[in-house]
Design a protein around this ligand. Sequence first.
Ligand code: GDP
Ligand code: IMO
Ligand code: MG
Length: 422
Amino acid sequence: MSVTLIVGAQWGDEGKGKIVDLLSNDAEIVARYQGGANAGHTIVISGKQYILHLIPSGILNAGVKCVIGNGVVIDPAALMNEIQMLKDHGIDVTDRLFISHRAHLIMPYHKKLDEARENAGNAIGTTGRGIGPSYIDKSKRTGIRIVDLLDRKSFEEKLRANIKEHNELLTKIYGHSELDVEEIVETYLAFDKAIDPYVTDTTLLLNQAIQEGKNVIVEGAQGAMLDLDHGTYPFVTSSNPTSGGACTGLGIPPTAINDVIGIVKAYATRVGNGPFPTELDDDMGEYLRATGHEFGATTGRKRRCGWLDLFALKYSVMVNGINKIALTKLDVLDGLKEIKVCVGYKENGRNLKSLPADCKVLDNVELEYVTLKGWNTSLAGIREFDKLPQEVKDYITYIENYVGAKVTIASISPDRADTIIR
Ligand code: GDP
Ligand code: IMO
Ligand code: MG
């Protein structure tokens, strides 16, 4: 009976959805703590694929309760689409989905501003889902929360004031046309009814479950290198995907967390702009993209690909307190005779001790690589750790020794069934 926190250990898209789905089989609750519909978590069960953006990846296990915590920013339209998508697949979320009163809403003006800022130059390469502008309003203390939907009069007042302010920004700074106030007010007042059945005090729900010793899985979105504080700022998302974000984003104490499982892709990818030291702009990068089907689950964009960056991963293990690793997409490396891993960064010939804070430095670090032997054979069908080729075991041991955390899960295909538990 425990609380297991699952975090993306790299730049997102490590395979969190697959592992959360797998582990939620014997969980009572699965809870998301940050981000919004910028996430795209893919789950494949017997060849059938589901992509979730807001609803936790435990929803495909009947009987598991799913919580969207206070730290998440909710786009009601995206949420409704997802509930409908699940319904179309025969999955009813009634009495299984719980949404925090304290979660903030994403409004049409957040998405417009996101787009306008990106087009104005120095693009971050956002998902365009309004994430940054919504978290800005939250910090600015003008954001609109789920709880505000309960009081129509004050909701309408807050909404009108917000639209006015954002219309000023959109028209005067970004040269956009004004958004239609009445249309937004009408749409959002209608969401009230649709969301109401799911709204509850999720902080109490979770803490009671924890006190009763229930199994709780906490699901992160994005990854450590996209963390607002610890990632490659400013090329980051606007929330804290790292472990600390789980406590603030759900209202659970750090002392309640028993394990932190870092989801690690066997190589590295990044979608969007910003430093990516081990990026491969060559045939090998193309090979990884094609073999790993590295295209965004939310935007369909090409993911940038590169070798596994152990130097960055060690930093991520430290910041997150990762004690266990789920290593995914090992099968993508099946055809390689040699695999490289980055084991050090240098600046002007000097070894760096940890991840530099300055993006300009990160962009220009010299990399130290170690070449390991590939297994050059298919891993398909392997179900036991002992049956893995020696070269895979050696790759795993190298990672464990370098970062100081144990690989307890290995994944060899998108399907739930193709997972090796050690
Ligand atoms: P998430 O955002 O961390 O949940 O990851 P995404 O769903 O965005 O991206 C991971 C992609 O890799 C998805 O298409 C998964 O179906 C797929 N995937 C997950 N684990 C494996 C694996 O072990 N092998 C392969 N080939 N694909 C995997
Ligand atoms: P999951 O949960 C990978 C990236 C965007 C962009 C930056 C900021 O599927 O791993 P945002 O829209 O959040 O303001 O964009 O963060 N990004 C992700 N990259 N996986 C994700 O989520 C991401 N969510 C955001 O591409 O570089
Ligand atoms: Mg993803």
